[in-house]
Design a protein around this ligand. Structure first.
Ligand SMILES: Nc1ncnc2c1ncn2[C@@H]1O[C@H](COP(=O)(O)OP(=O)(O)OP(=O)(O)O)[C@@H](O)[C@H]1O
Ligand SMILES: [Mg+2]
Length: 511
């Protein structure tokens, strides 16, 4: 039998009370060195809160933390990281207008003679780490120019600069990574494990947990409800412990063929800087009552296509007919007024106003519905917000609280709820299941089907084949800016989708 491993870090009896919410109730958590310690639970279960306490960002209301047997009282992240405990946040917190290398050293600058920041040395060290991570990221680039996935990698690289890393906390590190980037991360994790570093890993991607996890702890409503060795469990066990049941299916009606046209896009193009196209002469039709998937690898142009339709890229071109109206140059405000809404891919950046309350964020897109003569009908808007909160099952103590007081997944639900409140005709969702727990995902898919049943059109941009297949009537595939397939009904198979997603890559087409 394997010898029991002595935990490197322990949380004992942790309770955390926020105004109106008890986020954690007497939680015990052991962190094993050289292991991937997985923490799972529904949106709002308390995962990030527990991690913030271990990393010195939040103080527990009650309870103790031990590192290598010694009790700690942490006052800030600096103290924790000096002791070897680092965290990669769920919501990336970077300085977009600073260089990659300066971001990596923010708060930990290399100085010359203790006064001047040695940027050259920083850039050199940054380049070394990024190369070690096999990342082709220029340390001199501005952070804002990187893709979300690359920014994530920079956050990881930042923790690698630390001298004596003992515990590395990763709060949903893969939620915005491409498949290839996930593989790089997993290799990195194996590497850190073999050095005896403890990894704490939070994810809503259950297959991922089974693949790289060693031990798992489940939180539910702030309480620890189960723990196990990963080889002893499966995805069903996880769902059962997290949600309390395992009936998570979406009802999809049989495919009835193409119906009334709702949106027709012809020859949509988005030129790429330096030549070629990010979206390359794409034409397609969305019908009323249809859930239309758009599948493709990261960088295939899916997001740019839907953004162009929304009017977010002035340099895009093409013809569009939306519910009978010919639109030459879409502008985002007009598109919303016409009934087209987009749940954006980067919801933190594009979907929420951090300084506003939950209710205000929820109303953002639909204020015109509640305004007469410049005055907001408070009663009607409050009722609509309450309805949306209930429909989306947002876990919140009070809608007047700041949006930032919600857990990551619940913030995402508000972005989706905000679009639902606008009562759209064409509802576009870009990677809607990202960061959302397994139960809430099913709720969102049911919502899509519900919209379709009412005669709206839904566009679902996604990367998870199984998810797309389970909800969509038709699936378009993009590869390298081109539309490479349009499958419906029985034509939709994993195999066919995968082949089509690589089609324009194999032919060596360089868009
Ligand atoms: N600063 C805060 N002020 C008030 N309440 C908070 C604050 N931070 C977290 N909470 C509440 O604590 C609870 C736990 O949130 P936490 O972020 O730990 O959830 P989580 O398990 O990480 O969820 P997710 O999967 O959505 O990221 C939630 O109800 C949340 O609203
Ligand atoms: Mg969280």
């Amino acid at each position: 039998m394997e010898q029991p491993i002595t935990p490197i870090m322990q949380a004992r009896n942790i309770t955390k009370v926020y105004p109106g919410t008890t986020a954690l109730k007497n939680v015990d958590f052991d962190v094993l060195p050289g292991r991937v310690n997985v923490l799972i639970g529904e949106n709002g279960a308390g995962k990030s809160t527990l991690m913030k306490i271990l990393a010195g960002i939040e103080k527990p209301t009650k309870g103790e933390i031990f590192l290598e047997g010694k009790q700690l009282t942490l006052h800030n992240t600096r103290e924790a990281s000096d002791l070897g405990v680092s965290i990669i946040h769920q919501e990336l917190n970077m300085f977009p207008d600073m260089k990659v290398s300066d971001n990596m050293f923010a708060g930990n600058e290399v100085s010359r003679l203790g006064v001047v920041v040695d940027r050259k040395e920083q850039a050199k060290n940054a380049r070394e780490v990024l190369t070690r991570l096999q990342q082709d990221i220029d340390p001199g680039q501005m952070m804002r120019n990187l893709r979300v996935g690359q920014q994530q990698v920079v956050e990881i690289a930042k923790t690698m600069l630390q001298k004596e890393l003992k515990v590395l906390i990763m709060d949903e590190p893969t939620s915005s990574l491409s498949k290839a980037e996930v593989e790089v991360l997993f290799k990195l994790i194996e590497d850190l494990k073999s050095q005896g570093i403890a990894i704490i890993y939070i994810s809503h991607r259950l297959e991922e947990i089974i693949r790289i996890g060693d031990v798992v702890t489940v939180l539910r409503d702030g309480e620890r409800v189960a723990s196990a060795n990963v080889p002893d469990i499966d995805v069903h066990w996880i769902i059962e412990k997290m949600v309390g049941h395992t009936t998570l299916s979406v009802e999809k009606p049989p495919y009835l063929g193409e119906r009334q046209e709702l949106l027709k896009a012809e020859n949509y193009c988005l030129p790429r800087l330096g030549g070629g196209y990010t979206v390359d002469h794409v034409s397609f039709t969305l019908h009323k009552g249809e859930v239309l998937g758009i599948y493709g690898l990261m960088g295939a142009g899916r997001t740019e296509l839907v953004e162009s339709l929304m009017g977010l890229h002035p340099e895009s071109s093409g013809q569009m007919v939306l519910d009978g109206e010919v639109i030459d140059k879409p502008m985002v405000c007009d598109q919303i007024a016409r009934g087209m809404v987009l749940v954006p891919e980067d919801r933190q950046k594009d979907g929420l106003v951090q300084t506003m309350s939950i209710a205000e964020n929820m109303m953002l897109t639909s204020i015109p519905h509640f305004t007469r003569n410049g005055l907001i009908n408070k009663q009607a808007s409050k009722r609509a917000v309450d309805d949306a909160m209930r429909d989306m099952q947002v876990k919140a103590a009070d809608v007047r609280h700041l949006i930032t007081s919600l857990s990551g997944g619940n913030q995402q639900k508000v972005v989706i709820g905000k679009c639902v409140m606008a009562k759209p005709k064409v509802f576009i969702m870009d990677e809607p299941s990202r960061g959302i727990d397994v139960g809430a995902k099913t709720d969102i898919f049911r919502l899509m089907r519900g919209f379709a049943a009412e005669g709206m059109g839904v566009i679902f941009v996604g990367s998870e084949l199984k998810e797309l297949i389970s909800v969509c009537d038709r699936i378009l595939v993009m590869s390298n800016g081109l539309l490479t397939a349009d499958f419906s009904g029985d034509e939709i198979t994993e195999d066919a989708l995968v082949k089509a997603s690589a089609a324009a890559l194999k032919t060596g087409k360089t868009a």
